[in-house]
Design a protein around this ligand. Sequence first.
Ligand SMILES: Cc1cc2nc3c(=O)[nH]c(=O)nc-3n(C[C@H](O)[C@H](O)[C@H](O)COP(=O)(O)OP(=O)(O)OC[C@H]3O[C@@H](n4cnc5c(N)ncnc54)[C@H](O)[C@@H]3O)c2cc1C
Ligand code: FES
Ligand code: FES
Length: 1265
Amino acid sequence: MSIKFNVNGFPYEVQAADYAPDTTINAFLREHLHLTATKYMCLEGGCGSCVCVIRRRHPVTQEVQSRAANSCLTLLNTCDDAEIMTDEGLGNQLSGYHPIQKRLAQLNGTQCGYCSPGFVMNMYGLLEQHRGQVSMSQVEDAFGGNICRCTGYRPILDAMKSFAVDSNIEVPAECVDIEDSFELLCPRTGQSCRGSCSRPPLRDQGGSHWYWPKSLTELFGALSQVANGELYMLVAGNTAHGVYRRPRDIRHFIDVNMVPELRQYSIETDHLLLGGNVTLTDAMQVFLLAAKRPGFEYCAQLWQHFNLIANVPVRNNGTLAGNISIKKQHFEFPSDVFITFEALDVHVLVYDNPSTQRVMNLLSYLSDTTSKLVLGGFILKAYPKDRFLFRSYKILPRAQNVHAYVNAGFLIEWQDIQRRIVHSARICFGNIRPEYIHDDQLEQLLPGRDLYDPATVAQIFQQLPASLQPEERPPEASPEYRQLLACSLLYKFLLATAPKERVRERFRTGGLLLERPLSSGSQSFETIKKNYPVTQPVQKLEGLIQCSGEAMYMNDLLTTSNAVHCAFVTAKRVGATIEQIDPSAALQCKGVVAFYSAKDIPGSNNFVLMDQFSPEVDEIFAGGRVKYFDQPLGVIAALTHDTAVYAATLVVVTYARDQRKIYTTMNQVLAEKQTDRIVSKSKDPVEPLKMPPLAPGDVLGRGILELESQYHFTMEPQTTIVVPLDNILQVYCATQWMDCTQGAIAHMLGVTVNSIQLQVRRVGGAYGAKVTRCNLVACATALVASKLRRPARFVQTIESMMETLGKRWACRSDYEFRARANGSIIMLSNNYYEDAGCNLNENVVDFLTLPILRNVYNLTDSNYRTQGSAIRTDAPSSTWCRAPGSAEGIAMTETALEHIAFTCQLDPADVRLVNLQPGNKMVQLLPKFLASTEYRKRRDQINLFNSQNRWRKRGLGLALMSFPLNTTVAFNYPVTVAIYHEDGSVVISHGGIEIGQGVNTKAAQVAAFVLGVPLDHVRVEASNTVSGANSMLTANSMTSEMIGLAVRKACDTLNKRLAPLKERLGPRATWVQVLQAAFLQSVFLVATESYRLGDIPNYNIFGLSLTELELDILTGNHLIRRVDILEDAGDSLSPHIDVGQVEGAFVMGLGYYLTEHLVYDRQTGQILTNRTWNYHPPGAKDIPIDFRIELLQKSPNPVGFMRSKATGEPALCLAVGALFAMQHAIQSARSDAGLPREWVRLGAPTTPETVVLNSGSQVEAFALQ
Ligand SMILES: Cc1cc2nc3c(=O)[nH]c(=O)nc-3n(C[C@H](O)[C@H](O)[C@H](O)COP(=O)(O)OP(=O)(O)OC[C@H]3O[C@@H](n4cnc5c(N)ncnc54)[C@H](O)[C@@H]3O)c2cc1C
Ligand code: FES
Ligand code: FES
């Protein structure tokens, strides 16, 4: 039995029995066709890196539908007769690039480029689906499922919106090449596909069966093959696997996509019928049509709600029945389909066999235990709008693509619509506790009552909190928040639907949900023509190949078919000693090749180099006492990735009894005064400041700032491939520091360093995660490859990365201040603690935090005291994460300044102005920035807005930064520049790593400038440990400058060698003529130079940000209305790249402060947020609506390379302004709530939960008047 389909127009036929039954098209494209443009990371529909486009014929309409799909979830066996389009098929260097690919590259929409193919294909799918007719807002809405950790999205959205019919984005003219109709050719006959081929069932070698029914009768025929007790699955989109993993032992897979009865719909006068397996996207199309018919106007609201379910590719393939089936199998699942349908009393059509249908309500269906039921359809009744009122709500932790904190649906039937007397009510809430769906009490209370009568409203909110008793279910939000939120949603409903005159004017905006207009941005910078291409805003060197998916990442490298795949086995008892490891069950698993643990390591069991950054051993595999939950204790090698991951769970570990108490948080250590875990540089207590007596008007205060950790969330997973060659190991590792990876592997194997050779073409996102943490995977892979003498591949899953690897150092600051009435600081003290995890490696406390703490302020030894301590906890060793230590340092001092302003009741800008260090550059910058951003005027406007709105509040937050760039660890950055005499083209290889920060582009710009050749003559080749031997880490924002400087040195050397020839040949000699002459005279056309310590001294980078946001006090959701950033980049080497770094760093900071919440089991130390399902970096609609970036003009850096400054990290520090804007807004809400004026502790992250729980809202006070 074969499966036939087209990929990029080429027909393929595969013997389905040769593949595992759950092979995804991602695995097939990458591993079998070696089409690697389609990437993967999360494997659960949550990141978008795997998006491709699938065209198939609809079994009912016979129309060819073209849809973006997550290839990581789509099963190969559901693609029979389909046409699959991948990014390399869309455009490439041979056939020419597609306009989407070109536009994304031209508008600077790529940095590391790992996400780019997914964005391109999602856009292509959108355009095809709508025949090229999309609006800007449709485009902006469509990328909720595509995460980009680098760019901050603004340039991506600009590029994509430029294809919209209403686009106002300026771009080079190009035509949009989207066909009007698609012909789907049958891969069997080559003729137009009619979608009518029928296929016999298939049994694969593992004993699983696949069926492709074309009718209900065939479907039940297939079900009849399922024996009692055997597991089966009706496969529609297979997207439920992205939420709850499919059981491994499914025996029967029945593809229901071609069963017409399940895919049809009809709109009748009194009801709407939707087939069970209508996709969510198709259902939304039907809602739009139905909303125009009397009785179905409520479908417009359903469309709005469904638009918040998952993301476009998931909705394109996920179906209604699939969603409800998740709810049936996991009753706690906060299904949005269920909550809206249950509120609307939707009934389901259920088949027991092809000829017996039953109609039942949803709850009966969920509790029906009859086996082999097929959910045939959904019946939605007509609800004439003069008799019914329907609204539904979904509140999320970020703008899109997250399941609900709480969702709700309310349906009111009027007895008397004029008097607003209720006949009946359906009041439904989701994600409270599994058995609570309807609020029965309210449903009984409301009939016969005026819904908006003050007494009714009062009674509703007296009663509701008692019946809403959310269960505690981490990592879900707290019960307290979910209870308040559910009440708020009903209150919102009443505010929104009550006649205007019955709602107090100040309350009215409380009825609205935050509406986000289209976002836009502006970027201003200066260029210096005489230095071109340096300072020129050029396109990124690799931009096009990144957008077409041709850019190669580690996992795109081919290895021979005997390669093995690896997965970690981890320890689950922190503090216990490993007594025995029994891998026998795993080794018996088909396809498992080997298991190795600490005892198999021939050299040192340590994945870091013992140096100034890492004084302690970081074990590759736990050897004795387990240091943290999920510490790797061994590695499984297997023939496939899935087998390795599965087999790793079969290894049995026995632990010796160990009663030692574990400490999983800093606060626990501090509360229990575990002094041996608190490590300060200075052993002596800090001498207190001598205080003058308090003068009249002086203020005192103290506070605590807590900043939790942050996961790096690189889109390219931690990846290493090791290939034994001759008698060395060739290592392809996604590392930011080749020298360290090379050394760690050599020490681990006990071999000489020269027998480990690395090559790194590029890294798909790093942010510190791949400085040393990548070595854990690198060492494990090298061990496997060296033991087996065969290629080994290790791509960590997102769960494994989040579980096993350290993240940003969490931080706590206990500060105290005394200030004059004008805010001038008399004394500021700051005791800060940073969470090291299980060892003190990569300590940021004194190295990175301390030097930044005084920021731009006049904090001297006579008014400032600080002491920092690292705290050892039983957690993975914390590591550097973009702006490590410095983001925390700026946040601590800026928070203290805000707090002082709050206490003095002064404007925060004024308090900053009086405290600036005399002579600091900020003395000039701040007043100008306040003027250019219209700070004073906007603050007044915001205060006026706040006084007029009870439930909507705005805030303005200012942040200042002086970021000290520390170059004292930059020992070596070697660079080789070679010129080819044949055509004068130039190649560079350097010891830095292209991680998306644009080091290659900047290096090429410098070489082109110094050698005087066009930029397109220069290319940059992969970094390696021969020409890049001994290179320092690519981190600390500084590498581009160091490499640029070394490139200039090398080019100067070459110029010197060529100078005599140039002089001899005269000015008319061409570049190539000079080179050919040089070649014949044996001039050496290769130069190797290095950056040396001290070539660039330390300097400071200045920045300012002003963040304006709006809060919905009832839900805690926010909109970032506008952000202005002014950053001093010196003479920017490459302004598009630098603007991109500023935007991307700032947006990563927004994630840190607002959406990214790591939740742990405090007893065991286990991380509970280890997936895209529960960890939320910002998405495309979380960025500032109006994002204005200015690189400071006429501000050359006298000590910088070509007068430039670094840009990679600093702007992340400026995102702390969002917290101050929050404080501003929350204070207004608290004052309205009648709370005493007091400072609110906001830290990282400040989520909607924090906002609601700190805004003083009292359910009993919810009223309309
Ligand atoms: C990243 C992501 C985000 C998501 N976010 C949300 C969200 O915010 N809100 C929300 O509500 N949901 C969300 N979902 C869930 C999503 O809506 C479902 O995954 C999808 O609807 C399942 O449909 P499917 O066709 O892919 O089902 P499949 O995965 O194909 O099947 C799932 C189950 O349904 C059964 N089944 C399928 N068809 C039938 C039938 N006709 N009769 C009986 N049983 C059947 C199958 O046997 C199987 O057990 C999200 C999913 C992902 C991956
Ligand atoms: S890999 Fe498919 S969505 Fe992340
Ligand atoms: S460019 Fe988007 S993740 Fe790196």
